[in-house]
Design a protein around this ligand. Structure first.
Ligand code: SF4
Length: 227
């Protein structure tokens, strides 16, 4: 059985694709984009180990969920497990699948970086590819910068009719006990507000060890990254 190594999950968001979705952020990424908002999820280290079938049930427990968004970290590093996750999810409900990757689609097809890449690509409805480039961040859409491309790999109406590139960005903040998770591609200024709020919490009564930190979809900027 292929186990997934998961940085975070969230059930029920409208900030990362059409409809109500569940999100999986995998742990580990071979890229080090300047300005990555999720630097804690770049190291290839053990996080939450999840079995695909059980995770699929968890992600679809909310009957409103009609889609999955795969992000990270780098999803293609765990393509085999994610492909199985999608298969298990679609055995429960016919969900749409949106996947972010720092790779280019042509490279994934010509030189798959991990087992299961072709299997995963065959199940993804929309692939958003390419590394984040801060200078090309135009503040719009679900891609973090304009060099990233949106590939509609299927004709699924739910994803085909959604404006991934031009829509105004939205984001949600999920608070789970002392943890806070920023979900979505933040519109300009929101990350500053979120970081200020987190700093306020850290300066207050909550222990730092209890704070899960700022997590969001991959390929979006983090202003305080010095690189
Ligand atoms: S922006 Fe995406 S591809 Fe780049 S380092 Fe962060 S998680 Fe990896």
């Amino acid at each position: 059985m292929t186990l997934l190594n998961i940085a975070a999950t969230h059930v029920g968001t409208e900030a990362l694709g059409p409809g109500v979705r569940s999100v999986v952020w995998v742990q580990g990424c071979p890229f080090h984009c300047s300005g990555c908002i999720a630097p804690d999820w770049i190291p290839d280290r053990p996080a939450r180990r999840a079995e695909p079938a059980a995770l699929a049930e968890e992600l679809l427990a909310d009957p409103r969920v009609t889609g999955l968004t795969l992000s990270g970290g780098e999803p293609m590093q765990q393509a085999a497990g994610l492909a199985e996750l999608v298969r298990q999810a679609r055995a429960i409900r016919d969900v749409s699948v949106v996947c972010f990757t720092g790779h280019r689609l042509e490279g994934l097809r010509a030189r798959p970086p991990a087992p299961g890449v072709q299997d995963l690509l065959a199940q993804v409805d929309v692939l958003i590819d390419g590394r984040y480039v801060a200078a090309l961040d135009d503040g719009r859409g679900l891609r973090g910068s304009s060099n990233q491309r949106v590939h509609h790999l299927t004709g699924r109406p739910a994803t085909r009719d959604y404006d991934f590139e031009g829509r105004s960005r939205t984001a949600e903040i999920a608070v789970d006990g002392p943890g806070a998770l920023l979900i979505g591609v933040p519109p300009p200024g929101l990350l500053d507000v979120f970081d200020t709020a987190v700093d306020s919490v850290l300066a207050g009564s909550w222990p730092r060890s209890g704070l899960r930190g700022a997590g969001t979809s991959s390929h979006v900027p983090r202003k305080e990254d010095p690189s």
